[in-house]
Design a binder for this molecule. Structure first.
Ligand code: NI
Length: 143
């Protein structure tokens, strides 16, 4: 079993807000991130797949196909968007680095299944870097 990782970047805005809380509670918990005008990040994501290298090609997956899946299912939806306002999964879920990693996992997994040559690709991990110092990693499974 070997793992292979592809990196990609996107820029997006977000804010942190829980509708069930008062403005004061949101500001207390989320600080300046609660400003509803939002703020931006340049995100880096790392999508890791696992498997055995194909006996003929030596590939675990077709990297061009993985790139296409990432572009179609994640970047085209997230890049230069306001995550809270324009991306459906964050209409009610706070777009923290953790929740973005889970959402990207779900999008990539669906994308792999929908791609004719990627159905057997096994997703191993999704990492989301909000800055170079902070990242969240999701490996699937129960939360
Ligand atoms: Ni932020």
């Amino acid at each position: 079993m070997i793992q292979l990782t592809r990196r990609a970047t996107f820029s997006a805005s977000h804010y942190y807000w829980n509708e069930a809380w008062s403005a004061a509670e949101n500001e207390h918990v989320f600080g300046k991130c609660a400003n509803k005008n939002g703020h931006g990040h340049n995100y880096t994501i790392e999508v890791t797949v696992k498997g055995e290298p194909d006996a003929v090609t030596g590939f675990v997956v077709d990297l061009k196909a993985l790139k296409d899946v990432i572009e179609e299912h994640v970047l085209s939806v997230y890049d230069h968007r306001h995550l809270n306002l324009e991306v459906p999964e964050f209409a009610k879920v706070v777009p923290t680095t953790e929740n973005i990693a889970i959402a990207i996992w779900n999008r990539i997994e669906a994308g792999l299944l929908a791609h004719p040559t990627m159905k057997t690709a096994q997703l191993a991990a999704v990492r989301v870097f909000e800055t170079s110092d902070i990242f969240a990693e999701y490996r699937g499974g129960k939360l």
